[in-house]
Write a protein that binds this ligand. Structure first.
Ligand code: GDP
Length: 410
């Protein structure tokens, strides 16, 4: 067996939002559009997106679990669940640690709210590169512009508009893609294919102005483009995308998209953006840990050739299969049937079944490669926060912190 996808095509992402912004709906739509069972909906045939999801729920299939894998245009997207109650617990910190990029969902009628600020600061602490989705563009009072302004002023971030909404509130029906300078429409709320068309006359000037701004700001953040821009040379879409991707990965800017996940508008471009602008495991700093035998700090680079190291970020008891340890393999290859060492517990364990979760199925796999996320079934002595490592070249990825003593006041 070898890798199905090269490591640069992996996107380990978290959908980050405070409660009610639409994280669940957006996640469901993402899994729907990336799903193998994707069919174009039709009311007459009773196969609309919503119907499909209702059926999935009836069949008891886990739509959102600790981590779900999805495929989009030759990329593997692993969506890691980030708890809705964002606080400074170990669980939240761990989930932010195992992901490489974030998709932050805002409510278009509210912009940045106090709770979204908390979420944003958490991601700042872990330097998580982010793109933003202004959701609920169909609601009364929705404003893409105001939401972007609040990202700039209240979060102190550097947002760059990548789209321009077409229609507003109940008549919101599409977006201008400022990268390709085309209009994208969804003609109904059923999640059908999008329709590409020319930019409407009345939006042409504004779209051009916004694109010019986007190019100028991308150029400011990229040395090669700065020169080209100043000399008035043509900047290609690929160059522009690369410059923006670099800026996002260095946490210099965030890119803003919009839509309505409930009305199935804007989700496919958002998936394209995840692939185009969020980092792969190769784009983020190598993981650090401690050699438990020497106490020296060590690093593992995301390569299949390195000694295996993995962090267990969540234990879930799945009613159908049993105790699943979700983990991220940072380096090397985790193989079914092999022994791995848990330096935190000082125990060796055998890797029984390896499972990849999709929205609508579980798949048995035989290897998990560097940069990927999957679950091991049947580990007895391994808990959340534990490292699994090559027994010869050991590393502990997460320092063991002891809880504060609880002082009882009589
Ligand atoms: P979460 O708490 O962030 O997971 O948010 P949910 O996905 O559960 O959404 C919260 C509420 O907002 C639900 O009633 C959704 O139906 C609604 N909602 C989500 N997305 C949209 C949208 O695009 N437009 C409108 N009008 N409502 C939405």
């Amino acid at each position: 067996m070898s890798r199905q996808y090269p490591i640069e095509t992996y996107r380990n992402i978290g959908i980050i939002a405070h409660i009610d912004a639409g994280k669940t709906t957006t996640t469901e739509r993402i899994l729907f559009y990336t799903g193998k069972t994707y069919r174009i909906g039709s009311v007459d045939e009773g196969t609309t997106v919503t119907d499909w999801m209702a059926q999935e729920r009836e069949r008891g299939i886990t739509i959102v679990s600790a981590a779900v894998s999805a495929e989009w245009k030759g990329h593997q997207i692993n969506v890691i669940d980030t708890p809705g109650h964002i606080d400074f617990t170990a669980e939240v910190q761990r989930s932010l640690r195992v992901l490489d990029g974030g998709l932050v969902v805002f409510d278009a009628t509210q912009g940045v709210e106090p709770q979204s600020e908390t979420v944003w600061r958490q991601a700042d602490r872990y330097s998580v590169p982010r793109i933003c989705f202004i959701n609920k563009m169909d609601r009364i009072g929705a404003s893409y512009e105001d939401a972007i302004d609040s990202i700039r002023t209240l979060l102190g971030a550097n947002p760059i508009a990548m789209q321009l909404p077409i229609g507003s509130e109940a008549s919101f029906r599409g977006v201008v893609d400022l990268m390709s300078m085309q209009a994208i429409y969804w003609d109904d709320d059923l999640g059908r294919e999008m329709r590409i068309a020319a930019i409407p006359e009345d939006l042409k000037d504004l779209a051009q102005e916004m694109r010019d701004q986007m190019v100028e700001r991308a150029a400011e953040m990229d040395d090669d483009l700065t020169v080209k821009f100043l000399e008035g040379e043509e900047i290609s879409v690929d160059e522009l995308k690369a410059a923006l991707r670099g800026a996002v990965i260095r946490n210099q800017a965030t890119l803003v998209f919009c839509g309505s996940s409930l009305r199935n508008k804007g989700v496919q471009p958002l998936l394209d953006a995840v692939v185009d602008y969020l980092p792969s495991p190769l784009d983020v700093p190598a993981v650090k840990g401690v050699n438990p035998n020497t106490d020296a700090e060590e690093e593992r680079t995301p390569s299949d050739e390195e000694p295996m190291s993995a962090l267990v970020f969540k234990i879930v008891t799945d009613p159908y299969v049993g105790r699943l340890a979700y983990l991220r393999v940072y380096s090397g290859v985790l193989r079914q049937g092999e022994m791995v060492y848990n330096p935190v517990k000082g125990r060796k364990e055998r890797v029984g079944r390896l499972i990849r979760m999709y929205a609508d199925r579980r798949e048995d796999i035989t290897e998990v490669y560097a940069g990927d996320i999957a679950a091991i079934l049947g580990l007895k002595d391994t808990f959340t926060g534990d490292t699994l490592t090559d027994a010869q070249k050991q590393i502990v990825l997460e320092s063991i912190s002891f809880p504060e003593p609880v002082i009882q006041v009589a």
